[in-house]
Design a protein around this ligand. Structure first.
Ligand code: ATP
Ligand code: MG
Length: 503
């Protein structure tokens, strides 16, 4: 197309066209290896797919990021549409695939593993799939297990990841060495009885959060530098739904559903005692989506506190005043607090050293314990009221459950999209739904920002009107030190985030 212009550098491949059309493309083998042979897609002979009307996706199809458009709005930003291509860059017998899971647990990991294995096996006739155990370090620590449809059958009914996971241990060159022709291939040779010579792992499927996707991006860059025919496909995992661009992350639905059980328990406890207060802490380090959705879904919650909405305890319009009002009116109340909420209040008071986990993530202080103590102190000591506060932290119970039905379907689509993309020669991409259509998204778009609740959007307004809680946006308080600190951190790039909501 003569009107298209492509700007490319090592990180970005952006194609602009007429009327504001912008395609943020993902890398492809043909960008850095020339004259690779292609083969007909084996799906053309697959009886299950022969009835599909559009057998193969047109390579030029894209998915628009903005679905709400005005008459005069430009055509906007697009991502390449997923799906099987007519031509593939691998012969099925040559493909060696491996799967790794990194970072924290999230419902659905096993489903994605199962579907990658079964999808490769049944759609593309790829039979050599290896699981890398224990996260990134498993590549060079040589912990691997062969995966077949028989082995992964039924694993989606279990929580966790059958491969195990870890933080830290990302050593790019050691990982790529092991991919190139050492570790993994020897393992494959042993496992499958193939000849060792010239065997490469051609497809690497990486499941994990923002840190993992950054790691996958580094692996891809090294692979491109070495000119290897290895596809790196990321499947974004975050229970918090803090990944931008995509509609929502897998495991999110399950987490919201499971959170209902904790909220119900807190509600039962609170209702049964004089001045009962139930406090439930939910996941959400920087993004309060789980807390917000669980609150709206439950209707038992009187107050939801999230990182995006600063709050304060004392004085008019503060949390204590609201708690007292609810206890007077209703005799009990339930508070849901996201783990990253109020961190600016805690750090002012506690002044503890910044601690990090093995991957370099900042460790947060337990806001649930903190707020429970604050409430007990205020009402017990200061107001001399009898209160019965129960604090529930269901985090690990939620993370460990198997994914629900809708997440299972979603995980299946993610796995298939990743497989089709890798087979078609795309690499260095993540998959995910953009406005309900799955798309290939470049790594940098997934890792450069965080998706956060926008408190001036409709969804947060819906929550406020369902709980009737204060908005904590008292004009006087907006100039308070904690609010100013929060804002300055936010604006100072403390967390770069994308203004996006899920409406
Ligand atoms: P979650 O935070 O949802 O649990 P995550 O993928 O962000 O998932 P991390 O523990 O931060 O979890 O990272 C997972 C893996 O990715 C670790 O093995 C870590 O070493 C690696 N990693 C993290 N950040 C980077 C980076 N910038 N470059 C290379 N590797 C990274
Ligand atoms: Mg992370």
């Amino acid at each position: 197309n003569g009107s298209m212009a492509t700007t490319e550098n090592s990180e970005r491949k952006i194609i602009t066209g007429e009327a504001g059309y912008v395609l943020e493309d993902v890398p492809h083998f043909s960008d850095y290896i020339s004259d690779l042979p292609t083969y007909p897609n084996p799906l053309q002979d697959n009886p299950s797919y022969s009835v599909v009307k559009q057998h193969f996706v047109d390579v030029d199809d894209s998915v628009a990021q903005n679905i709400v458009v005005h008459q005069d709005s430009p055509r906007g930003r697009h991502f390449r549409r997923v799906g099987p291509r007519e031509k593939v860059y691998f012969e099925s017998d040559d493909v060696h695939a491996c799967i790794v899971t990194c970072g924290g647990l999230c419902p659905g990991l096993n489903t994605v593993i199962r579907e990658i294995v079964c999808g490769l096996y049944y759609m593309y006739g790829v039979h050599k799939v290896l699981g890398i155990e224990g996260g990134y370090r498993g590549f060079y620590a040589r912990n691997t297990i062969p995966l077949t449809p028989k082995i992964v059958n039924g694993i989606h009914k279990r929580g966790g990841t059958i491969l195990g996971t870890s933080r830290g241990g990302h050593d790019t060159s050691k990982i790529v060495d092991s991919i190139q022709d050492r570790g993994i291939n020897q393992q494959l040779a042993l496992v499958n009885g193939f000849k060792k010579s010239n065997m490469y792992v051609y497809q690497v499927y990486v499941l994990g959060g923002d840190g993992t996707q950054k790691g996958a991006s580094a692996i891809f860059e090294e692979i491109r530098r070495r000119g290897l025919k290895v596809a790196v496909a990321g499947i974004p995992k975050t229970i918090d739904n803090d990944i931008p661009i995509i509609d929502k992350s897998f495991g999110f639905d399950t987490a919201v559903e499971e959170a209902q059980r904790a909220i119900s328990a807190a509600h039962v406890e609170a209702e049964s005692f004089e001045n009962g207060i139930g406090v439930v802490k939910l996941m959400g380090r920087y993004s309060g989506f789980i807390a917000m959705y669980a609150t709206i879904a439950s209707r038992d919650v009187d107050c939801c506190l999230i990182p995006e909405s600063p709050f304060y305890l004392e004085g008019p319009g503060g949390l204590f005043e609201y708690i007292e009002k609810r206890l007077k009116e209703n005799g009990h109340m339930v508070i849901v607090i996201a783990e990253g909420a109020g961190q600016e209040l805690l750090s002012e008071i506690m002044h503890t050293m910044d601690q990090q986990d093995a991957s370099g993530n900042k460790l947060l202080q337990d806001v649930g314990l903190w707020i429970s103590q604050k409430i007990r102190d205020h009402f017990g000591k200061k107001r001399k009221m009898t209160i019965n506060l129960k604090y529930i932290d269901p985090t690990y119970m939620i993370r460990a459950v198997p994914s629900n039905a809708s997440d299972n379907v979603y995980c299946t689509l993610l796995a298939h999209s990743a497989i089709h993309g890798a087979m078609a020669g795309y690499t260095g991409f993540t998959v995910g739904p953009v406005n309900g259509r799955h798309a290939y998204i470049p790594f940098y778009r997934i890792t450069e920002r965080q998706n956060r609740v926008v408190i001036t959007d409709r969804m947060w307004a819906r929550l406020l009107s369902s709980t009737n809680q204060p908005s904590f946006l008292d004009p006087k308080k907006i100039s308070s030190p904690s609010y100013v600190l929060f804002e300055s951190r936010r604006q100072g790039g403390f967390v770069k985030y994308e203004m996006k909501s899920m409406q």
